[in-house]
Design a protein around this ligand. Structure first.
Ligand code: PGA
Length: 237
């Protein structure tokens, strides 16, 4: 696992975008993440697309996860987040997310896994949770899991409550692409910023490979680039 440390999120995101561009072509399929981490990277993508330097119009994308029970037009849904931060400015050929409003969870997971078979994800973008989760694969998740419905941990609910008016409004469940699927992508680009990610980053890079730290599985992937700022790197040896 290779890691690169930068002074700021902005600088790191510029480099992340350069790496992203060097790894994809105009027909690639991307795995996308939500949350505060990738927003600056998405700004770089939009700027480059608007400048006419790179066309994303044939690119396909799959998102990692979605809250259960939120409609796509709900401002807290990840479908809405993706429109706001990327898709409105730069539509891809096709973009897929789990459907948080699906009536039957098992059927929804099967549907998303079928969709995931259509295009091979060349590059998967990831953030990391304070508890080491990737996507919404919380501690204890199987390393070969597929799409599943997850009961979010209190740590995740606390962390994500900053986006909601009240902690009680944070959904308790989500659909997440499984770790087995994430590990099938050719290259993984994981970003992490801020000191509240330092422990998770250390455990991911220097700790044992264990389901208790889902991101530690990335030590088993042949091509992972971790982009972090000084604060997120502060506990590394
Ligand atoms: P964040 O979330 O980007 O909002 O910090 C990342 C994650 O929980 O995976």
């Amino acid at each position: 696992m290779k890691y690169l440390v930068f002074d700021s999120k902005k600088e790191a995101s510029k480099e992340a975008y350069k790496i992203l561009k060097s790894l994809i072509d105009e027909n690639s399929t991307l795995g996308l993440a939500t949350g505060s981490t990738p927003t600056a990277l998405y700004e770089e993508m939009i700027a480059d697309h608007k400048a006419g330097n790179f066309s994303y119009k044939n690119v396909k994308s799959y998102n990692l996860d979605e809250y259960v029970g939120l409609k796509p037009e709900d401002e807290q849904s990840y479908a809405y987040f993706m429109k706001e931060h990327l898709f409105n400015a730069k539509p891809f050929a096709k973009s897929f997310l789990p459907n948080g409003m699906a009536e039957d969870a098992d059927q929804e997971c099967e549907r998303y896994d079928k969709l995931l078979e259509e295009y091979h994800v060349g590059l998967q973008l990831l953030g990391i949770g304070r508890n080491g989760h990737i996507g919404f694969n919380e501690p204890g998740s199987s390393f070969d899991g597929k799409t599943h419905k997850v009961a979010l941990t209190q740590s995740t609910i606390n962390a994500n409550s900053r986006f909601f008016d009240n902690e009680e409004d944070v959904p308790k469940y989500a659909y997440s692409m499984g770790i087995g699927t994430i590990m099938k992508s050719d290259t993984i680009l994981l970003e992490a910023f801020g000191k509240n990610k330092a422990e998770a980053v250390k455990a991911m890079i220097e700790g044992p490979v264990t389901p208790e730290v889902p991101a530690s599985v990335l030590q088993n992937h042949p091509d992972v680039v971790v982009i972090i700022d000084e604060e997120a790197a502060s506990l590394l040896k």
